[in-house]
Ligand binder design. Structure first.
Ligand code: AMP
Ligand code: MG
Length: 499
């Protein structure tokens, strides 16, 4: 039964909270910094922190019940804006000295994740954090949260805010985009997911340019549909990879009801539980710092004042998870998602595609599954473009003499479990080497013939997936200014983002 004061000061929110573990109640007091024009100015935000923190702390402390005393002071150590963090850190140290209680240094992004887990009472969820500067998918493995996917450039919130700044709208832009998107129609914008990483800067630039030719409502709608579908895709990949069946949401952008609806629909289709915490715990707030701080305190994870320097680049995968049992992470059961098919068959479930091994017909059958959560034009475009790209890569690899599967396009309707639409699946038959008897002309599709295959074919196909990358990158034309930025061109040093 403890009382923990939380102090949050990573960017715009000067916030203090009181968490009472006996009542499981959280009192949050926040004073938001509002830039007069443009985005967040770090020194102005720190000045706001200096003025506002004493008042919000006093209000939070007034909620201490009669006859009880505060047991610890928890504060955001990072990631965040240096000037703000230093101000909030100094305040927290002073308060812990005044009250003679221990100090707890909390990772702000893990607090976003853990407050959702606490509110939902989930055991081992995947967490999607969608903040201004930080956007990533986390899952616990061993004694750390692992970053399974992350933005390689700006966070989704900052991308939206930069788009609205271009339109002259005040900060923050997210709620305004959400309002205007209600009356919008879809226009095509770039969609960039690489494996489980995301990129938003090309999308943001294209959205800015699109306002020259399209109503702003349409661009807002399409910006949301595109960015949120990207987030839902990598999150589903993370669920599939870890075998987790729980998802929690964190970060200011997660207040967006369209994002919540998409993720809810994706989880429902997978049979996973989904929780979006109430808004006051999604945007930056000291309540989440106090909640995680209490757990760290119970685990003895406190910090001496002289070692409590703030860490502007504090990645969530750098913090040891001391407050809960390590996830064994070894179990095969937890490593895959399986579903029971109507015929009683159990199948491994991926995220975007379903692969069937069909030894009798000597082939591997791959289907890109239609996703109801995303806009139908985004869905159709993704499945078509990826199937075409895959066929092209296979052909290019074959021309280089790499053993490849033969790709053909079965008639529509062959892909029985696809819930809607009919994107031609890629069927991979036995691998062949160029010049061997019966080889397929380079780059042409062919129907399958009887070759001895699986499991050999499946192993080879997987191997070809990796060799494709080399073939394709060697042949890719030099990007032009108008093409999407490459990861290498847009990547910033890891861990320099603020929440
Ligand atoms: P955080 O740093 O976690 O507090 O998140 C701040 C970010 O959330 C800013 O970029 C806001 O524009 C964004 N945001 C706040 N409300 C919404 C909303 N309803 N829809 C989209 N983004 C939002
Ligand atoms: Mg945040």
């Amino acid at each position: 039964m403890t009382l923990v004061v939380g102090i949050e000061g990573t960017a715009w929110a000067a916030s203090a909270a009181l968490y009472d573990t006996r009542e499981e109640s959280v009192t949050v007091e926040t004073d938001a910094y509002q830039p007069a024009t443009g985005g967040i100015d770090p020194s102005e935000a720190a000045e706001h922190m200096r003025e506002a923190l004493p008042t919000v702390i006093e209000r939070a402390l007034s909620a201490v019940p009669d006859g009880r005393e505060v047991d610890a002071v928890a504060f955001s150590r990072g990631p965040g804006l240096g000037p703000c963090l230093r101000l909030a850190g100094t305040t927290a140290r002073a308060l812990s000295g005044t009250l003679s209680v221990p100090l707890v240094g909390v990772n702000h992004m893990l607090a976003h994740a853990e407050v959702g887990r606490w509110a939902a009472d989930f055991e081992a969820p995947v967490c999607l954090n969608t903040s201004g500067a930080n956007t990533h998918v986390l899952a616990l493995r061993g004694d750390r949260y692992r970053m399974l996917g992350e933005t390689t450039d700006v966070g989704v919130g900052n991308a939206i805010d930069k788009f609205t700044r271009h339109l002259g709208w005040s900060h923050p832009g997210g709620p305004k985009v959400e309002r205007r998107a209600r009356d919008g129609a879809y226009v095509e914008l770039p969609y960039t997911v690489t494996g489980m990483d995301l990129s938003f800067s090309g999308l943001m630039s294209a959205a800015k340019a699109a306002t020259d030719d399209h109503p702003v409502e349409d661009v807002c709608f399409s910006l949301q549909e595109t960015a949120f579908a990207m987030l839902a895709e990598v999150t589903e990949r993370a669920l599939s990879l870890t075998g987790a069946d729980e998802l929690v949401l964190g970060g200011g952008v997660a207040q967006n009801r369209r994002l919540q609806a998409m993720l809810g629909e994706m989880c429902e289709a997978r049979g996973a539980a989904f929780h979006a915490p109430e808004d006051r715990f999604l945007r930056d707030n000291a309540g989440m710092i106090a909640v995680l701080g209490a757990r760290m305190l119970a685990a003895g994870d406190t910090v001496a004042v002289e070692e409590s320097r703030v860490r502007p680049d504090y990645r969530p995968d750098r913090a040891a998870v001391t407050w809960r049992d390590a996830d064994p992470g070894q179990s095969h059961e937890r490593g895959v998602t399986t579903v029971d098919e109507p015929g009683g068959e159990r199948r491994v479930r991926g995220a975007e595609a379903v692969v069937d091994l069909d030894p009798d017909a000597s082939r591997v059958h791959k289907r890109r599954v239609s996703k109801d959560y995303r806009h139908e034009r985004v869905d159709a475009r993704l499945r078509r473009d990826r199937t075409v790209l895959e066929a092209r890569l296979t052909a290019a690899a074959r021309r280089e003499g790499v053993p490849t599967p033969v790709v053909h396009e079965p008639a529509c309707g062959r892909s029985a479990s696809s819930s809607r639409g009919c994107t031609p699946p890629v069927s991979s038959t036995a691998t062949r080497r160029r010049g061997t008897s019966g080889s397929t002309p380079s780059g042409r599709t062919s129907s399958t013939s009887g070759w001895a295959t699986t499991p050999t074919t499946w192993r080879t196909t997987r191997w070809i997936y990796t060799s494709w990358k080399a073939v394709w990158s060697a042949r890719r034309p030099t990007p032009t200014r108008s093409s999407r930025p490459s990861r290498a061109a847009t990547a910033r040093p890891a861990g320099r983002r603020r929440p």
